[in-house]
Ligand binder design. Sequence first.
Ligand SMILES: Cc1cc2nc3c(=O)[nH]c(=O)nc-3n(C[C@H](O)[C@H](O)[C@H](O)COP(=O)(O)O)c2cc1C
Length: 352
Amino acid sequence: MFAKVPVIVAPMAGGLSTPELVAGAANAGAFGFAAGGYLTAGALAGELARTRELTQQPFGVNLFVPNEKSTVDIQAYRELLEDEAARYGVEPGEPDWTDDNYPAKVDLLVESPVSVVSFTFGLPSPEDVERLKAVGSKIVITVTNPDEARQAAERGADALCVQGFEAGAHRGIFTDDGSPAGGPTFGLLALLRLVQHETDLPLIATGGLVHGADIAAVLVAGAVAAQLGTAFLASPEAGTKAPQREALKTARDTTFTRAFSGRPARGQVNRFLSEHEGPAAYPQVNNMTKPIRAAAAQQGDAEAMSLWAGQTYPVAPRGPVADVIAQLDRELRDALTTAAQALDRASSADPQ
Ligand SMILES: Cc1cc2nc3c(=O)[nH]c(=O)nc-3n(C[C@H](O)[C@H](O)[C@H](O)COP(=O)(O)O)c2cc1C
C-alpha cells in the first residue's frame, strides 16, 4: 500500500502539512498524507492540485470524522476566554458546532481519488467506505484502543493506524468520556500487541517515533510502517509557525489538554495550557480559541498557541523532509543489524 521506506509523514492539520511536505515525503520514497481537517472542500482541492504538481508519486488524504454535538456547558469557559482574548486584542470566536465540511470532502475524494484515505476521530459510514473503495482508494482508520480496532476492522478498513498515547496532537478516540485523555490510554507497543489479537489487518504504528531504531522496534512488533508527525515539525517544508519552531527547541513537558480545542491532545506545556482545562466540547472550544491562537502566533507569543508535539519531541530530527527520511532509513537498517548482532552474540555466548 505504501512506499520504499516504511515511513509515513503524518497528516498535520492547521497548515502544517503543506503540499511541499506531502510531495517531499513521496519524492523521498516515503508516503505522505495531506491533512484535510479544518479545510473546506475547495481549499482541500487546491492543496491536492498543488501536491499533484509537485509529485507523480501516490499520497493520501486524512479527514476528521465529525462527532455528535456535546451537551457539556461551555458558558463558563467562554467567559474565561474573554480575558484571554482581550490580552491579545481580539474577541473569542463563536462556539459553533460544524461538521468540518466532511461530506463535501468525501465527495471531492470520490470525484478526485487519492490512493489512501485515512480517518481519525471515528468511523466513516459504511456507504462512504464503499464509495471510496469503489474509486480505488484504500481505507485507513486511526484507533487508540483494542475495541476501536475491532470496530474499524468490521467497518472494512484496509489498514489501521494504531496511535499510542505518546503521540503529538489530538487523540483519535471515537468517543470522549470526559476524562483528561478522553478514554483509556495505551503505550504504542502494548497497543500494537493488543490490536494484533483483534485483527490480522496491516498496522501502521504512530506515537513518539523519532529515530530509525524506533521504526525498527515497531516493525519487529508487527507493524508494516511507522507514521511520524513531530519528527517533521522542524522541516522547512512544514507550515510550522516561527514561535512554535522556537518552542520546539526548549525543554518542556508534554501533556494532554482540551484547553485549546475541547478534545484531548498532547502538546508542550505553556501558559495557556497550564491555566485552563477546557470543557469536553469539540469543535466549539476550538472555534472559540481560534482568534486567540492566531493572534498569539501573530504576536510571536508561543504561550497561547497549541504547541502540539509528541513525548519525544526534544530528540526529534531537524532538517529538510528528504534528509530526515534518508536519516531514518539509515538508522532503521543500522538498528536491525545491531539487533541481529546482539541476538547472534547472545545465542553464541557460552552458558555459564
Ligand atoms: C502538529 C500535529 C498535527 C496533527 N494533525 C493530525 C491530523 O490532522 N490528522 C491525524 O490523523 N493526525 C494528526 N496528528 C497525529 C499524527 O497522525 C500522529 O498520530 C502523531 O504525530 C504521532 O506522534 P508523534 O507526533 O510523536 O510522531 C498530528 C500530529 C501533530 C504533531
